[in-house]
Design a protein around this ligand. Structure first.
Ligand SMILES: CC(C)(COP(=O)(O)OP(=O)(O)OC[C@H]1O[C@@H](n2cnc3c(N)ncnc32)[C@H](O)[C@@H]1OP(=O)(O)O)[C@@H](O)C(=O)NCCC(=O)NCCS
Length: 156
């Protein structure tokens, strides 16, 4: 059986989306690309320890070269990621990785501290869920702190 083909998003005008947040600030949502590596390292360094802990569940002030490679090299099919950019700087990252069941994917988000609570996480979730749905994902999971079983499930 031939698997359906879903074209990889290209970073042209069609794959960039400009969005206005509820405080009036503007971000550009773009597919993750290999040349976001340096920006991702800078973004991570600026995160507060609390935000890093809530994303990685550990003290982790610097991304390792292996993590940078892993996070910036996505095939846009099995693994997808988007960045939100403000004045060219990464201010948020959203991603999903499909598991052995391709209809299920685990999502992760991180928004720069000064950009939190402006609706950016919600915007990225909608963007990611739309992409996941187009690829046939029907269930999204996320590892989070502070839940009884450490994992919440939400239908895509
Ligand atoms: C979680 C996170 C991505 C939300 O991004 P955001 O841009 O601040 O989210 P939004 O402004 O769209 O808010 C979405 C909702 O989530 C709520 N929310 C945000 N952060 C929250 C937190 N840490 N705990 C509980 N609720 C939270 C907001 O109150 C809002 O609820 P509302 O719609 O009822 O007002 C961001 O706080 C973050 O990067 N946190 C650190 C990393 C993390 O926890 N990632 C998730 C696990 S991978």
């Amino acid at each position: 059986m031939t698997a359906p083909v879903h074209p990889m998003p290209r970073r042209d005008a069609g794959s960039l989306r400009t969005a206005v947040l509820r405080d009036g600030s503007t971000v550009v949502i773009a597919p993750m690309a290999e040349d976001h590596a340096e920006g991702l390292v800078r973004f991570h360094r600026r995160l507060s320890p609390d935000t890093v802990y809530r994303r990685f569940f550990t003290f982790h002030p610097e991304l390792t070269p292996g993590e940078v490679e892993w996070f910036t090299h996505v095939d846009h099919q099995r693994r997808e990621a988007f960045v939100a950019l403000a004045d060219g700087d990464i201010v948020a990252v959203a991603r999903f990785d499909r598991g052995p069941d391709p209809a299920t994917a685990e999502v992760a988000f991180v928004v720069a501290d000064e950009w939190q609570c402006r609706g950016l996480g919600t915007l990225l979730f909608d963007h990611l869920a739309g992409r996941a749905w187009a690829l046939g994902v029907r269930t999204l999971t996320a590892e989070t702190l502070g839940t009884s079983d450490g994992r919440r499930r939400r239908r895509a």
